[in-house]
Write a protein that binds this ligand. Structure first.
Ligand SMILES: NC(=O)c1ccc[n+]([C@@H]2O[C@H](COP(=O)([O-])OP(=O)(O)OC[C@H]3O[C@@H](n4cnc5c(N)ncnc54)[C@H](OP(=O)(O)O)[C@@H]3O)[C@@H](O)[C@H]2O)c1
Length: 366
């Protein structure tokens, strides 16, 4: 098959967009060039020729020569507008915008079917780790017993600092912000929204499940106290924010994103600071572990580049588990062994617990 010449219209020239611009200049063999870049604030100084930039999205979306739109902006609403118009205008699209994808998944699936164009977004989950294409291409439905992952680098950085260096939550968060691993408004990361957004579409590629983020049980790390870290340490555990999905005996899938006590010999315990990791348990192959950088300019841009490269041979996600198999159903019919840390017993929904295995009470926390 002859490789397609790619003419790119790039939306966004921030951490990821500028990273991609630099990487593309170092990979001439790809035969992909950026024709125009759309940004929001025309006054900003850019490390690229001024004639490359525009603030008019139609300069890119209506240019018949541009056959690929790369969308790496930081606003979910406009990102969806850009991606859907591009697909309707017959262009292939690469995106890294996890929030936008999670919030609009059914519409995006419909648009791909209707237009027949490619929409690739490997960078949106675990950045440099090729997890989507592996779930899509390699693991058959029947063989994928479970998948668990650390998909958010900011919270992992904070938890590592708390556990390895004894920082308290506020100090660790501040450091993450200073080093660029956490946003100035850290809510999306810290409260688990970013992780559950990524989990939404990873579940589609793993099990054919299409669910809204709000329908998946999730919690962040905002309520973890120093006393909880102490308990975990005493029991020889780490605490990690883990996204998990597993097949139940009834054939349905349980999925959730929760902070978990993780054993020191667990692969995820090895994932420290801003790194991400994914453990896949599949029939016969046992456990496999993917590890790499889950954020940052070049690691994220490298996944965007890989998607662009795949467009040369018209690669598309087939959503095999959704369209070619019977998709799995999400179920809450599962018992979890949970550690509950609280100050007032009156706030605890006692009827939701089957039994209490251990009980500790100190003055402020129980
Ligand atoms: N940073 C990472 O490590 C990482 C990793 C994985 C995924 N992502 C995702 O990748 C996307 C981009 O992230 P980022 O870190 O590169 O963001 P960023 O550094 O904040 O840059 C955002 C860029 O988008 C432009 N922009 C915003 N609204 C726009 C609009 N309506 N039209 C055109 N351009 C617009 C901004 O323009 P101005 O320059 O004019 O302000 C800026 O260049 C986000 O969805 C993010 O979640 C990021």
């Amino acid at each position: 098959m002859e490789h397609k010449q790619l003419v790119i219209g790039l939306f966004g020239f921030g951490v990821v967009g500028e990273g991609l611009y630099k990487i593309l200049r170092q990979t001439p063999s790809l035969k992909a060039n950026i024709k125009k870049v759309c940004i929001k604030h025309p006054g900003k100084k850019r490390n690229a020729p001024a004639e490359l930039f525009t603030t008019d999205k139609d300069d890119l979306l209506n240019d018949p020569e541009i056959n690929v739109i790369v969308e790496v902006i930081n606003e979910s609403g406009p990102a969806f507008e850009i991606v859907s118009t591009a697909l309707k205008n017959g262009k292939d699209v690469v995106s890294a915008s996890k929030k936008m994808i999670a919030e609009n998944l059914p519409e995006l699936l419909g648009l791909q079917q209707k237009t027949g164009r490619s929409f690739l977004y490997e960078a949106a989950a675990c950045a440099s780790i090729p997890v989507i294409r592996n779930l899509e291409e390699y693991y058959d439905n029947d063989l994928l017993h479970s998948i668990k992952a650390i998909v958010n680098g900011s919270t992992n950085f904070i938890l590592t600092k708390i556990f390895e260096e004894g920082l308290d939550f506020k100090q660790a968060l501040l450091l993450a912000q200073q080093l660029g691993f956490a946003e100035s408004d850290p809510t999306l990361d810290v409260e688990g929204y970013d992780a559950v957004n990524k989990w939404v579409f990873l579940l589609t590629h793993a099990y054919g499940i299409v669910e809204e983020p709000g329908n998946i049980l999730f919690n962040g790390i905002q309520n973890i106290h120093a006393t909880d870290a102490k308990v975990a340490k005493e029991k020889n555990y780490n605490i990690k924010l883990v996204a998990q999905a597993k097949k139940l005996v009834n054939g349905k899938v349980a999925a959730f994103v929760l902070p978990q006590f993780v054993n020191h010999d667990d692969h995820l315990s090895f994932v420290k600071y801003e790194y991400n990791g994914v453990v896949i348990e599949s029939g016969f192959a046992d456990n496999q572990f993917f590890y790499g950088k889950g954020a940052g300019s070049f690691p994220t841009a490298s996944a965007v580049l890989s998607d662009i490269s795949a467009l040369r041979y018209q690669y598309k996600y087939e959503y095999k588990k959704l369209y070619h198999h019977k998709p799995h159903e999400l179920s809450n019919d599962i018992f979890l062994r949970v550690y509950v840390s609280f100050d007032d017993w009156d706030n605890i929904p006692k009827e939701k617990f089957e039994w209490i295995e251990e009980w500790h009470a100190q003055e402020e926390r129980k």
